[in-house]
Write a protein that binds this ligand. Structure first.
Ligand SMILES: [Zn+2]
Length: 401
């Protein structure tokens, strides 16, 4: 006889019970494992997390299935004494959540078998959603939603759910959805006229208790389809979250929730078009600006320091300048804490921009380099930017002499 009678097997809705303490062991400091002669606490297993609750005034933070040694109730703080009679209380909202996810999984898994002959290979209840790995090839939104539709119809038909205890011989004659790895007597969960499968978890009494099922997402993983779903109160929580997100996005576009995707797509398109337009305008502007700067050139050398220009913009201007033969462009720009430099020369102009750049960057306490005809760099020493360009201009004059 197992040491702990498992009351949750026969009544998944039992949350209060009395039991005798048969064993108390200190585990690590402040944590004690209590074994009872009977328990309504479900221990972690079968993809379903443990129940939590209280034993008298002690907090049960987790329950572990120790096989024939019973269910270990991990208690935080003072534990009840051996042989004491304790009153156990299971946290109902957590149990109900697990009942909804777990029963919801039975229903969704059988819907996938009935419609697509796609068996479920594993199941996990996570913090906010659940996952099943299904042998379903070529999943599409339409395929997944057909299974979701069937599952919800089964929920709303409010079918009864029964627990059957059968011998392995009896089980062999029954159309079970999956094989059980257990030996001896089998516990079967029967959803009236829909599903029959071996399982040791806690389930709803009628399918209606599951409320509803929604699929959040799916993806292909390890040759299977991983489906993320939510059932019951999780489905409502997820709807609230999704609705809030959708409405916040819609507000950005000053439109209603359901019109937001179309407007967002339109705006992305417009944004691309604007970028194209800006590139053209920048090139035009660089041409005009280059003409103005060329008028200030001394011996073909143009120097200029700007505020707040990025490297791309400097490069564009440099290219426009060196289109005029015999031109050397020494350009810089500064922000609050960064100085940038672009040096460039026409093919027929003298000088090594790369070595000029390295010297200039050393003055800026930064780094840079490039090719003899084009180099870029920058540094932190913003105050030295003008000096660095003047120094480069002087070096170029010396090189030219
Ligand atoms: Zn189950």
């Amino acid at each position: 006889m197992p040491i702990t009678e498992r009351l949750y097997y026969s009544d998944s809705h039992l949350v209060e019970f009395e039991a005798r303490v048969v064993d108390v062991t200190d585990r690590v400091s402040g944590w004690t494992a209590v074994v009872l002669d009977r328990t309504a606490f479900y221990p972690t297993g079968g993809g379903q997390p443990s129940d939590t609750g209280t034993l008298n005034s002690s907090r049960v933070v987790e329950c572990i299935d120790d096989g024939d040694n019973g269910v270990l109730h991990v208690v935080q703080g003072a534990a009840p004494a051996r042989d004491a009679t304790v009153r156990g209380r299971v946290d109902w909202s957590r149990r109900l959540d697990h009942i909804q996810q777990h029963t919801g999984q039975h229903i969704l898994s059988q819907a996938l078998v009935k419609l697509f002959n796609a068996p479920t290979k594993s199941f996990r209840v996570m913090d906010a959603s659940c996952e099943i790995d299904v042998e379903l090839n070529n999943p599409t939104t339409e395929v997944i939603e057909r299974a979701v539709e069937l599952a919800n119809n089964v929920i709303w038909e409010d079918r009864s759910i029964a627990v059957l205890n059968v011998t392995p011989e009896q089980a062999a004659e029954l159309p079970l959805r999956k094989e059980s790895a257990r030996e001896g007597e089998l516990r079967l969960i029967e959803i009236e006229g829909f599903d029959l499968t071996p399982c040791g978890g806690t389930h709803a009494v009628r399918t209606g208790e599951v409320g509803m099922i929604a699929v959040r997402s799916w993806l292909r993983a390890k040759g299977m389809t991983r489906i993320e779903f939510v059932a019951g109160t999780r489905a409502l929580a997820d709807y609230r979250k999704a609705n809030k997100t959708a409405r916040e996005i819609a507000t950005l576009f000053s439109t209603g929730r359901d019109d937001a995707p179309q407007l967002a797509a339109q705006m992305v398109e417009e944004n691309k078009e604007l970028h194209r337009r800006i590139r053209v305008l920048e090139e035009d502007a660089a041409g005009v600006e280059a003409e103005r700067l060329l008028a200030t050139a001394q011996n073909g050398v143009v120097t200029q320091v700007f505020n707040g220009r990025d490297a791309e913009s400097l490069k564009k201007l440099a290219h426009a300048l060196i289109a005029t033969p015999g031109t050397i462009a020494l350009l810089g720009s500064r922000d609050k804490d960064t100085a940038r430099l672009v040096f460039a020369r026409s093919i027929d102009a003298p000088g090594d921009m790369s070595s000029l750049m390295r010297e200039a960057c050393a003055m800026l306490d930064g780094r840079g380099g490039g090719k003899p005809e084009l180099a870029q760099g920058g540094g932190k020493n913003v105050d030295k930017l003008s000096d660095a360009i003047t120094h480069a201009a002087n070096s170029v004059s010396t090189q030219n002499e």
